[in-house]
Design a protein around this ligand. Structure first.
Ligand SMILES: Nc1ncnc2c1ncn2[C@@H]1O[C@H](COP(=O)(O)OP(=O)(O)OP(=O)(O)O)[C@@H](O)[C@H]1O
Length: 249
């Protein structure tokens, strides 16, 4: 069963589509990178998988069900700047939130939950920070804690919205290594980014979007000068090394 299947999908708000013509199929263990300029619809597409933005046309299947029915079974890592870093909780408590769905918020955590939290923190390289206050960590470390929170829920499909924004190089490398490991264990990944180098390095599949889907395929098939130019409306520069750089309009 594919982790994700979109056929002719349009998504949007108040019945107005902001992204159309989405045709995707993602298998367990595959890494899909969403690439597109600001306002392209990357976050909206991720929200639609989570059942938080309506599918206005076409057919969307998430883990074998409709997005609404699969809600809660797909993991989500938000952008760090959407969270209040002053909220007085420890790193361990933040990661434990990932277990609430299986524990039930009214029951105490069991040994298995504490072990899952410890394992997730170990995986992201922050086991020694478990007792620290979340807000005292750097942006990159906070992003790794949010990744650990999602991992603690053991999702079969994990969505990450711009996980490298405001993240230092060390944390970026740590996150990429963890994502590779998760995918090797069978977790399907959907990640949005502006960074074409990351997309080339990490993707099995790239989906190029800007208001509509412009291309989907391997990085070699999609991150070509011609396809990037059409998706970005011409704001690209071809470099002598054969790669293409994006320039802001
Ligand atoms: N809640 C909302 N209601 C109405 N329109 C919205 C809403 N959220 C986003 N939009 C619009 O949908 C379009 C796509 O936005 P979206 O945030 O999905 O793009 P994005 O590719 O994630 O951009 P960025 O890289 O800047 O985060 C934009 O025109 C945006 O203004």
């Amino acid at each position: 069963m594919p982790a994700l299947r979109y056929a002719g999908v349009s998504v949007g708000y108040d019945r107005t589509p902001v992204l159309t013509h989405v045709d995707l199929e993602l298998d367990p263990g595959q890494r899909l990178i969403l690439v597109g300029p600001n306002g392209a619809g990357k976050s909206t597409l991720i929200k639609s998988v989570l059942g938080l933005a309506p599918v206005l046309a076409g057919e969307a299947t998430v883990l074998g069900e409709s997005p609404a029915a699969a809600r809660g079974r797909a993991g989500y890592v938000p952008q760090i700047d959407t969270l209040d870093a002053d909220f007085p909780v420890s790193v361990r408590q933040v990661v434990m939130m990932g277990r609430y769905r299986s524990i039930g918020w009214w029951r105490p955590a069991r040994a298995a939950d504490r072990r899952a939290v410890a394992d997730a923190l170990e995986l992201v390289g922050l086991a020694d920070r478990a007792g620290h206050r979340f807000g005292t960590l750097s942006g990159g470390q906070r992003q790794r804690v949010l990744l650990a929170r999602a991992i603690a829920a053991e999702p079969r499909l994990l969505l990450l919205d711009e996980p490298f924004n405001g993240v230092d190089a060390v944390s970026q490398e740590a996150i990429i290594a963890v994502l590779r490991e998760l995918a090797a264990g069978g977790t399907a990944l959907v990640l949005s980014t502006h960074d074409l180098t990351v997309a080339r390095e990490l993707a099995d599949l790239v989906c190029l979007i800007n208001g509509r889907q412009w291309a989907v395929g391997t990085p070699g098939e999609t991150l070509t000068a011609g396809k990037l130019r059409s998706a970005y409306g011409g704001h690209t520069v071809d470099l002598p090394d054969g790669h293409t750089m994006l320039v802001e309009p």
